[in-house]
Design a protein around this ligand. Sequence first.
Ligand SMILES: C[S@@+](CC[C@H](N)C(=O)[O-])C[C@H]1O[C@@H](n2cnc3c(N)ncnc32)[C@H](O)[C@@H]1O
Length: 275
Amino acid sequence: MNHNEDLEKIEIELLLQGLYSWCGYDFRNYAYSSLKRRIWHRVHAENLTSITGLLEKILHDPACLKRLVSDFSINVTEMFRNPTFFHHFRENVVPILRTYPSVRIWHAGCATGEEVYSMAILLHEEGVYEKTKIYATDINPDVLKTAKAGVYSLENMRKYTNNYIRSGGKNAFSDYYIAKDNGVKFHSYLTKNVIFAQHNLVTDSSFNEFHVIFCRNVLIYFNKSLQRKVQDLFYESLGMFGILGLGETETIDYTNKEDCYEMIAPGQKLYRKVK
Ligand SMILES: C[S@@+](CC[C@H](N)C(=O)[O-])C[C@H]1O[C@@H](n2cnc3c(N)ncnc32)[C@H](O)[C@@H]1O
């Protein structure tokens, strides 16, 4: 490591420590290279010249602090993201859920809610929604507001419709929303069994026992030790034979819990807790 990189690392550590001490947001174990990119983006966007300058600004300007936290929470999502994953969930997991008197599902890191509406639609079509309670959580309160409102841009609907069909959807996707202004609003019956709440996977603890936990495309932003810590939280929060769904590029392998799960369908990031 050269002198500049050393200095940059020290400044980043101070920034993250300052953020944590000041407002309790703990990004210290997020993946370094992605954090570094986002920090420099914020330094330039604030017309600053150094990371230390950004530290000073977040400590004295609450709006800047909010902007930095928002930079760290990457909210890219879509409906029926990775359609074959949802197809396998429908084929292999729903039959198990049917046998339970009631079902509890946790979407950890739900972003603006597209994944949650996808799940509600799927369960509705399979006749399981009525007995299900969905807990949809995220660190970022702003994205939860969008998730609750269920209003999305019209321009994504072609892609989402395509994903829905590929995931094994049984109806017309347009049955689930109405046009509103320049967007669409999903029907409120899809969220009548959903609780949206702020929850931080790094600092908050387990809050229920679940039959299914989805945490997709969140762990990629964490370093290995934080991934292990969050896998412990999921293990603790899943009942025996509970299902864990991860993102396409994420895996249970190389965590201290890999022996506790078996894969449900080859190649799919759907695991069942077996011990
Ligand atoms: C890329 S989105 C994933 C959305 C959805 N699960 C999907 O796969 O499409 C990642 C989400 O994780 C949330 N997140 C990041 N760190 C978190 C944390 N410590 N606790 C809870 N949510 C977190 C972000 O705010 C963001 O909304």
